[in-house]
Design a protein around this ligand. Structure first.
Ligand SMILES: Nc1ncnc2c1ncn2[C@@H]1O[C@H](COP(=O)(O)OP(=O)(O)O)[C@@H](O)[C@H]1O
Ligand SMILES: [Mg+2]
Length: 306
């Protein structure tokens, strides 16, 4: 797969002196869904605003399909659709007028069949002549997507598409986004919902305090989640782990009152029976035993805390 967007050593310092993006380099592959995951204030909106050419970069470069997004702004802006975080729509305009006007703004010739196809995809066709003000929140959000797609962009940015949206609607939105990707649109979405990245993304980028701290294939990230931990609560604290148990990947925690065994389920069956037998043979008594799985959330929290 080739890159559709190349971000090279991108930095942004706002006029206030705030360093919002720190030397970000990232390639977005053609046809993928890329989730930009990060807590509030991490720089997600700033990053996509710079790519879309709404916010000026301080240094570095952004190429969209090989075109520089500053020196060749007109070409790159046409290739991009942006669904902003905030709902900006005129209440009294109809759905149809909104998207038709938006297409015209990009200098595209009329193509009602294309616009109707978008409305159909977004389940908005029966609302074509409704005034925006009469629509539900979820529909308004879909109108924003239709508007962003009106000029046939090849890349669609969705800034927190499901923030404040209830669970049902969130699932509808995910299906809509998948449908767009199946039609060949590259999708970059920002989110602070880990579940959303887990559900939707082909790749995940984690941004924290303006720095890209991890970019990984989602499946690879899920493999990391294969890490599990078994904890034994000991009857009496230990000063050190007996040599007999050295072959297991163990840690002594909580002032010696817990033994923790980390294992990777993707790398074969763990030898839990062997561990327990050796613990017993070493005459270590335990009063409780439990297991836990490393979630994307654990990985994420661990990364963001560092
Ligand atoms: N116009 C601006 N001037 C100064 N600081 C800004 C401006 N816009 C955003 N910031 C700051 O940059 C940081 C990143 O903001 P933003 O990109 O909106 O984060 P996110 O979308 O991840 O929540 C925040 O600390 C925010 O206060
Ligand atoms: Mg934001």
């Amino acid at each position: 797969m080739t890159s559709i967007i190349q971000i090279q050593n991108l930095s942004k310092t706002y006029n206030t002196g705030f360093h919002a993006l720190k030397d970000i380099s990232l390639d977005i592959k053609r046809g993928e869904i890329f989730a930009l995951l990060g807590p509030n204030g991490a720089g997600k909106t700033t990053l996509i605003s710079v790519i879309c050419g709404i916010v000026n970069k301080s240094s570095g470069a952004v190429l969209v399909d090989g075109h520089d997004n500053v020196t060749d702004f007109r070409a790159t802006r046409k290739m991009i659709g942006l669904v902003p975080q905030e709902l900006h729509l005129s209440f009294f305009e109809t759905v149809w007028d909104t998207i038709k006007f938006s297409r015209k703004l990009f200098g595209k010739p009329d193509d009602d069949a294309y616009l109707e196809k978008i409305l159909q995809q977004l389940s908005l066709l029966d609302k074509k002549h409704s005034k925006i003000g009469t629509l539900s929140g979820g529909m308004k959000r879909r109108v924003l997507i239709a508007k962003a797609l009106s000029h046939e962009p090849t890349v669609l940015f969705l800034d927190e598409p499901t923030a404040g949206v209830d669970v049902e609607l969130r699932k509808d939105m995910w299906n809509v986004v998948r449908g767009l990707r199946d039609n060949g649109v590259t999708i970059i979405l920002t989110t602070h919902y880990i579940e959303e990245a887990e559900e939707m993304a082909d790749r995940v980028g984690v941004i924290s305090k303006g720095a890209m701290i991890l970019v990984e294939d989602k499946t690879a990230l899920m493999k990391k989640m294969g890490q599990k931990k078994l904890t034994l609560t000991l009857e009496k604290p230990l000063v050190a782990l007996p040599k007999k148990l050295a072959k297991f990947n163990l840690q002594l925690l909580n002032n010696g009152s817990e033994i923790s065994y980390a294992y990777d389920v993707s790398k074969g069956k763990p030898d839990i029976a062997g561990l327990l037998a050796d613990v017993q043979a070493a005459k270590i008594g335990y009063s409780d035993i439990h297991t836990a799985q490393n979630s994307l959330e654990d990985i994420f929290m661990g990364l963001v805390k560092q």
